[in-house]
Design a protein around this ligand. Structure first.
Ligand code: HEM
Length: 352
């Protein structure tokens, strides 16, 4: 004898309400993620929109550090880094590198003499797909303490209100330390002479499970030669790119990777706060730049130097910037790679 059906049949209206509720929950989740439910929340889209210069973004290009040139080379690890991190790229050996020298500006056609801060994007490919990406700048400290401060700076510098910058500085006095560096530190006449700093703090963990907070710098072998921005401007708008291409064509250029280890209590969540100069420094290897290539068809063009792409043995710290940067770089990457037809606007004199 068949079992009696004990389930009451679902009414069609009830089913529709259930389906509607599921669809509404999905839509609400998308709206939340997009920031529509909390218009004051800082989203990566807002930050990337705010980076655009008055004439609009340079289509096809990075939304910041838009002007740059690719290179390839290698990282020669001397093995000392294994004392602080189990990262595969620190085991004695030589690992392939793709990088990008760049200027910290959203203008893809900026003149080299007009941009105070220079950058270096780097990917070191360790064995077993253990990739390390980092993006560093020449400033010894960052301009603002928090990602929200970065957005406030973009808004103030793009504002028509003559008091906007004054008001911004009132709320972000740490910016004055950056301004002091920007207005007093010498400029160099070559990317090869620049020191590039992570500024953000990360956590390294060695094979014994011991963790340390660190920051790192790539220190150039080439001695710095100072130049005024006015004299740099006289050498031509793309001088830095042609110079580094010529220099590397004559001889590979090297940088030493120096990792600074924090003492307990050193500030790790704020890249405007430098650590005292006496901290332990571990010299872990050499970056060797062997070939410079124009960005248009170069190997760095479609790379996102996301600072949270880290091999095992490295992790982010309580510094809020890497996560915020990762989200903004992804928005920029999505936009620029969907605008391939617009790239590039300008050609440089760099030799292939
Ligand atoms: C909240 C703060 C920041 C925001 C919103 C931001 C935003 C961006 C964006 C949108 C890009 C273009 C990414 C791409 O399309 O691939 C970029 C590139 C870059 N940023 Fe940041 N950035 C921030 C902080 C920093 C800091 C603290 C540093 C260095 C210590 C830095 C160094 C660089 C460098 C070197 C590049 C160029 C990398 C490359 O060649 O692809 N940025 N940034």
């Amino acid at each position: 004898m068949p079992e009696p059906n004990t389930h009451s049949p679902r009414s069609p209206i009830g089913s529709l309400i259930l389906i509607g509720a599921v669809v509404a929950a999905g839509a609400a989740a998308f709206a939340y993620t997009a920031g529509w439910l909390s218009p004051n929340r800082l989203t990566p889209v807002k930050v990337v929109d705010a980076l655009a210069p008055p004439g609009g973004p340079a289509l096809g290009h990075r939304r910041n550090h838009a002007k740059g040139i690719c290179f390839t080379g290698e990282f020669q690890a001397n093995g000392s880094g294994t004392a602080i991190s189990s990262a595969a790229v620190f085991a004695t050996g030589t690992y392939p590198v793709i990088g990008r020298f760049n200027l910290a500006t959203p203008m893809a056609d900026a003149a080299d003499g007009s941009v105070r801060v220079r950058g270096l994007g780097l990917q070191i490919a360790g064995p077993g797909g253990q990739v390390w990406r980092t993006a560093m700048i020449t400033a010894p400290i960052f301009a603002v303490s928090t990602p929200q401060g970065f957005y406030a700076l973009l808004q103030a510098s793009g504002s028509k209100d003559p008091n906007a910058m004054k008001a911004f500085i009132g709320g972000h006095p740490e910016f004055l330390t950056f301004v002091h560096w920007a207005t007093t530190a010498p400029w160099t006449d070559s990317y090869a002479e620049d020191r590039f700093n992570s500024l953000d703090s990360f956590i390294f963990t060695n094979a014994a499970g011991q963790s340390s907070a660190v920051r790192w710098s790539f220190i150039p072998a080439a001695p710095p030669v100072s130049i005024t921005p006015a004299d740099l401007a006289k050498r031509g708008p793309d001088y830095l790119e042609t110079e580094i291409a010529d220099r590397v064509a004559k001889a590979p250029q090297t940088w030493t990777l120096a990792v600074t280890v924090a003492n307990p209590g050193d500030p790790t969540s704020d890249p405007t706060k430098a650590w005292p100069a006496d901290r332990r420094v571990v010299t872990v290897g050499q970056l060797v730049v062997q070939k410079v290539e124009p960005e248009a068809d170069g190997p760095c063009r479609d790379l996102n130097f996301d600072p949270t792409v880290l091999p095992a043995g490295m992790a982010t710290s309580d510094d809020p910037f890497p996560a915020a940067r990762s989200a903004a770089y992804a928005v920029s990457y999505d936009r620029r790679t969907s605008e391939a037809a617009d790239y590039p606007h300008s050609t440089t004199g760099a030799k292939p």
